[in-house]
Design a protein. Sequence first.
Length: 267
Amino acid sequence: MDRLTRFRKGLLSTVDTRYLKSWTRIACSAAALIVLFVIASPTASAQSLGLSGKKIVLDAGHGGSDTGARGDTGIHEKDITLSVTKKLAVLLQEGGAQVRLTRHLDDDLATERDAKNRRRQRADLLGRLRIVQAFEPHMFISVHCNASTSSSWRGAQTLYMPGNEEGKVLAKKMQSAFQEQLANTSRSPAAVKSLFLLKHIDGPAVLAEIGFVSNPQEAQLLKTEAYQDKVALAMYTAVIRYFDDEDKPQSAQTQGGWHRAVQKFLR
């Protein structure tokens, strides 16, 4: 029995061609070639490679013994941030960017001799800062989850360092993308002085609080792959819009000068 194997809706199916006329077989063969050509071709985003040459550091907040915020449902901030960060990394790499993660596993960057909590957390943050120094990225994004004593608070919010104009522009674009794609917040991006990493990193640097683990409904959403995909896509959209913006502020940091911004502090 002659058989023609072809793609249908992304799945392989086998069709009995015993009674097909020759012209039908030719048409199917031509269609199969077209399908193979389309499959072999890169996606629209990969074709454009709009992020080609861009270096981006992604920081999954907390990790290891530092769980971050915890919800009543047993959700840990460190787990959500790592999962979303990895999803965002895939999108950015497909767009042509070089991506460095501050952590890939459930751990931190502190050494075992930093036994006391406060010392360990500081050592962890310094380790993350050194990754920025070594990689010299064009952008820095730290991913966190929020928490409140009130279980009614919900929604994503983007934070930046006061006086960092590039960070402010990126934060606005990210908050806009959150509003469009998550539809769970009316908040504006906020300037916050007390965030250690943003304080010591110039250029487009933001901290994204992607939702409240203290809100039971939002915590359940944050645990799902589908919602994490939406969050990652919103952040990816903001990154694309930032680099496409010809009117964005420029500095030495956007041209790979980040090491000068953090070197003095790390000495």
